[in-house]
Design a protein around this ligand. Structure first.
Ligand code: 2AM
Ligand code: CA
Ligand code: CA
Ligand code: CA
Length: 258
């Protein structure tokens, strides 16, 4: 078979995600099996695992020569970015999934030779699927998403992960003081989606590749900055302190945390 076009890949991934949404909603009608990973604030459920297994098996069948980087271990040990690398977070915001049964997302990204090509963030309960990439643009349920306004720190809302605020890391309280207000959502996927629509103008958190892989592609396609907190480029295979921001908010924040 000849290589599928990007549009064909895009349609296929959206089909997988809609099937996964049906699975997750079905499993939510039965009791969850919840385990701790590194501690009581780091959870995994039977649904995280089942959904990752499902998505990884679909990726492998569709694209057998790809590597897959998945949070729950059903993918590969990815150590280089050559070729097609898929990044899968089957449930982003597992604590929200367990405690709120809302405000969580599924995320898939496709990188080719280290370049972000396609990204997907699916807000499951809202049934809002953000998709796209540099050659397609960004869509919310297949409707184009406009580039968010370039809002300065003092005029917009910032989301910062809980630990960075409670541990007073990198002068985050001052970033909050200089902003229009502080919000916290507990799901990197949800927070990236609010950046895409301009509802947030900054998001800062310590993230792993599957937390930022899809969001980075979508946010950069819309002109947002996705970098390490010092403004330098992220590595796709490493965990890091990540800042997503409008260009103006990034310029306002770098001197505060530097
Ligand atoms: P997860 O739910 O897929 O693990 C808030 O917890 C956000 O940070 C979520 O997007 C969560 O993704 C991510 N996160 C990254 N590392 C985490 C950790 N060690 N414990 C809890 N959440 C983590
Ligand atoms: Ca997790
Ligand atoms: Ca995650
Ligand atoms: Ca997850």
């Amino acid at each position: 078979m000849s290589e599928p076009t990007l549009e064909q890949v895009d349609q296929t991934v959206k089909t997988w995600l809609r099937e996964s949404r049906d699975l997750v909603l079905k499993r939510m009608a039965t009791p969850l099996n919840v385990d701790q990973k590194t501690g009581r604030k780091d959870l995994v459920t039977n649904v995280d695992k089942e959904n990752e297994r499902l998505l990884v098996s679909k990726i492998r069948a569709f694209s057998p020569d790809s590597q897959v980087l998945g949070e729950e271990g059903f993918g590969d040990q990815v150590t280089d970015t050559a070729g097609w690398v898929w990044v899968v977070d089957p449930i982003d915001g597992t604590m929200n999934f367990v405690k709120q049964r809302d405000h969580f997302a599924m995320m898939i990204a496709l990188y080719i030779d280290g370049q972000g090509v396609l990204g997907y963030i699916y807000d499951v309960i809202n049934d809002a699927l953000y998709s796209g990439g540099p050659s397609l643009g960004v869509f919310k349920n297949d409707q184009p998403v406009a580039q968010p306004a370039n809002v300065a720190l003092r005029d917009g809302l910032v989301a910062i992960s809980g630990p960075l605020v409670t541990e007073d890391v990198m002068n985050m309280p001052e970033v909050i003081r200089q902003s229009a207000g502080f919000r916290a959502y507990g799901s990197a996927g949800i927070e990236f989606s609010l950046m895409l629509t301009g509802e947030l103008i900054t998001y800062v958190s310590y993230l792993k590749p599957w937390d930022f892989g899809a969001g980075k592609i979508l946010a950069e396609t819309l002109g947002l900055r996705v970098t390490r907190v010092d403004g330098t480029p992220l590595s796709m295979l490493s965990s890091d302190f990540v800042m997503v921001a409008t260009e103006k908010a990034q310029q306002d924040i770098l001197p505060i945390i530097g």
